[in-house]
Design a protein around this ligand. Sequence first.
Ligand code: WTA
Length: 701
Amino acid sequence: MTTQQPSESQIAVHWREEEYYQPPSRFIGQANASDPVIIERFSEAHFPECFKEYADLLDWDTYWHTTLDTANPPFWKWFVGGRLNACYNCVDRHLAIDRNKSALIWVPEPESEQTQAITYQELYQRVNEFAALLRDFCGLNVGDRVTFHLPMVPELPVSMLSCARVGVIHSEVFGGFSGVACGDRIADSGSRVLVTMDAYHRNGELVDHKAKADEAVEAASKLGVQVDKVLVWRRYPGRSSSPTPMVAGRDFFVDELLAAFHRQRVEPVSMPAEAPLFLMYTSGTTARPKGCQHSTGGYLAYVTGTAKYYQDIHPEDTYWCMADIGWITGHSYIVYGPLSLGTTSVIYEGVPTYPDAGRPWRIAEQLGVTIFHTAPTAIRMLRKLGPDEPHKYGYRFKHMTTVGEPIEPDVWRWYFHTVGKGEAVIVDTWWQTENGGFLASTLPAVHPMKPGSCGPGVLGIYPVIYDEDRNVIEAGSGTAGNICIRNPWPGIFQTIWGQPERFVELYYSKYNTDPESKDWRDWPYLAGDGATLGADGYFRILGRIDDVINVAGHRLGTKELESAAITVAQVAEAAAVPVMDELRGRAVEIYIALKPGITSSKEIEEKVVEAIENQIGKIARPKNVWIVADMPKTRSGKIMRRVIASISNFADVGDITTLANPEIVDDIRHQVQRAKSERGEAPRELSAEELEELNAFGQSG
Ligand code: WTA
């Protein structure tokens, strides 16, 4: 008998094995990929040439000569020598056959407002006019950056595609982010033009959005970047919906400017495959956000191919992804992938539960949606508020996607049986902002589904799980490790904008053994997630390993939260930790230590909340702020986030003997857990995966 405790990862062996679900036969018959031979076509023996199949879904002005150039690892180049235009591929090329088909159907949040269908011809017209405006009024050239801070309106894809048409790099900042967060990203990307909107509807309110533009311009200016022009789309063209005044000479209403560009045409600029198409900022280990730079040819090929095979998009489908276009999911799988395939993509302005939990199903019924795509957090919310609502509506999905967080098997089953009515296949797609498109998923007509596991690597993606010493963790061992992708793929981001060293350091240095090697096999990509691999080859994603907290599918960096908190004058130190949340997956709690001589007060707590909302946005609002006498620290002064995360979650704090101040742990525990019990934030038993996540939390900082 050994007295050694099993490690958390060994406990994982005992997770319940879920049963398989077969894809419905109605789905298989019509699927874009139903012959398993496709898996062989994309096997390692055929890498990298297998990706020709994706590239050939596009129209190229000049065909490429080299599929993958590995001369400068890990800065891979795909389809070298090729030239194309992303806007042409998403719009112009569909005109010949599908001119009068809806490219976009926009559903405003108020049910009293008419749904707007925008045909490919109309989209072509709008994109040409706005592209002319960007070029001639703003003086933008190929390679310039433009920041958008736009909500879920058709003007967002119009703006994206217009930039793509003239070779300008767009950088959309999620509309829910604060003005300050937007300003940081403007400054980082060096944008001189900001495109925004005066107002939009959210949860029954007409939100003033223009106010954030002023804050953004000011924040960027403090960081040394001056915005020359702010282009303001109006929610209701011709009338202003924001009380925030326009700044003369800087702010312009787009609908007024467009009059001068009526019926103008702009030739799509033929771009090298390697030209950057857009930046998408995301959070990581440090406070500075990372601008993930995506390419034109590789990215577009990858999202088109994966949308075709994994989402099974046919031109005649009506496809609805409920994510926000302000996140990578929306870029890849609302705009670029679906439009490149010439389908109809639905955009909904508001929140899924407005005015009630039947809204998504009414929209699906009214528009005849065939493919539906959302995140576990929305599924949990809709299940909680309207468990029987889907039955009341006559829609019929053939396919459903889930993305962004691990989905609990129980939630998966509700999605399958109730939302999908047992007729729709589900793909649980695991990937990241950095990746362009899906990394792991079942191939819907070929693989059976298993609730809670995303599936094997997708076509042409060869994942591996390594332990800390680069040993491969074998399938079926039940042990968790760091999931990596062994090979490059066309959708991978090209670099972190302006920070190439950080790109190499964060994603490749951990498992690269020879920095001089030109062989891609020596450069596994570190995804930053913990995972296990089942004996069946299906991956199960456990969560982030890099101090990112995934709140309702949004990545929040602990360092970003902490730096916002310490802008409050009385705060000396701050530590952000995740707490398990029934609906949002994880919520954030902030621990605060005050400067000497300052006493704790409700007011300071409120200031911390305000600072976070102001610096990042309402999505980052902490569930609780705990002002504590001191932080538990190691002898070298590092805050033990693992310990406070365990306290917040009522879990065992583990070994604290190596702390410099172990006595503080009990004080904090009593303080926090008593208050939580009083508030009814009762603990529930944590799963082995959740315990594992807490244990690993804060280790990288
Ligand atoms: C998590 C969203 C489990 C993961 C496309 C990843 C998931 C982070 C899944 C990326 C999934 C995404 N199952 N976890 N199907 N999909 N994640 O950059 O931790 O916003 O690293 O990209 O979300 O979030 P991001």
